[in-house]
Design a protein around this ligand. Structure first.
Ligand code: SF4
Length: 292
């Protein structure tokens, strides 16, 4: 894989429209310290919508496919420190890290970009929300630090409990992610599981999700969540691999409804991702009343 570094002008990207700017309690910004993703060649790279977005297109070199390169914004922690210091209303900031890459991809072991950004966040106690979205159990290295950021949530992707789908994660990966969720909860980190996109699952998935200890669960599908009602997914390599009707949202809806009936805090697609209410005392931050 090609690894390059660049200097960014800014690291917080304002959300004016799109998935994260919708929902009941939208995000104000995203933070992605890389273009490209080191997980691009594994199963999720086959349907990853991030390879269609400008962050990748403007930074890749000719001939590079998704997963061939990661371009690191090497000054991301310094940019973040400057932007948070100058923010005129830090209390309103609701940040999603990351929307177009994974903050705990394998390169994080060497570069510790996410950790260094978290160290910047840890200097402030007045932001409204930071969601750390990953599919990687490497996050356990930083749980103590995350637990000390009063507005931080971990969101761990676990798409299924089936470890033998030809287009999904293996059993070891699933087990390690459930173990990371348990470790996060035990460390005092507010933790969400993102069943996103929901892949075929076994009869005991709901039980396992509930037993994980996660505080909240989001269920999402290709049709509800790929930003194009499934059109992007239809032309992805995943669509050729999938041996089931991936356009059918009913199994995911059934999982959502089962969890809800069992008293779990569970949300659906965009409304689930953007459903973490403002912190106490941050009441001036408006809800998206169109979605209430
Ligand atoms: S980890 Fe996320 S950003 Fe990376 S390839 Fe998979 S879906 Fe895309």
């Amino acid at each position: 894989m090609n690894i390059r570094t660049i200097q960014a002008k800014r690291i917080l990207t304002k959300q004016k429209r799109g998935f994260l700017a919708e929902g009941v309690y939208p995000y104000t910004h995203t933070l992605s310290w890389a273009a490209g993703c080191g997980f691009g060649k594994i199963y999720c790279g086959a349907y990853c919508y991030a390879q269609k977005l400008p962050n990748w297109f403007y930074n890749r070199e000719d001939g590079e496919a998704w997963g061939d390169a990661v371009i690191i914004k090497a000054n991301a922690p310094q940019c973040l420190a400057g932007e948070l210091a100058k923010a005129h209303d830090r209390r309103s900031l609701r940040i999603f890290m990351s929307s177009v890459t994974d903050p705990y991809q394998p390169l994080e072991r060497r570069y510790r970009m996410t950790r260094r950004c978290l160290e910047v966040f840890a200097q402030y106690d007045d932001l409204d929300l930071l969601v750390i979205q990953t599919r990687s159990p490497l996050v356990i290295d930083d749980l103590d630090l995350i637990a000390h950021i009063p507005y931080a949530w971990l969101s761990m992707t676990i798409e299924t409990d089936c470890g033998d789908l030809p287009y999904g994660p293996n059993r070891r990966s699933i087990d390690k992610r459930f173990a990371a969720v348990r470790a996060a909860v035990d460390t005092g980190v507010r933790t969400q599981i993102a069943v996103s996109p929901c892949l075929p699952y076994t009869d005991t998935f709901a039980d396992r999700l509930i037993a994980s200890g996660a505080h909240k669960i989001v269920v999402d599908t290709f049709v509800a969540g790929d930003g194009s009602a499934g059109k992007r997914t239809a032309v992805s390599p995943f669509a050729a691999l999938a041996d089931y009707e991936w356009r059918d949202d009913d199994p995911a809806r059934a999982l959502h409804d089962t969890l809800q009936a069992r008293g779990v805090s569970v949300g659906w697609s965009v409304d689930g991702f953007a459903s973490i209410a403002p912190r106490q005392g941050h009441d001036s931050i408006g809800a998206n009343t169109n979605r209430l």
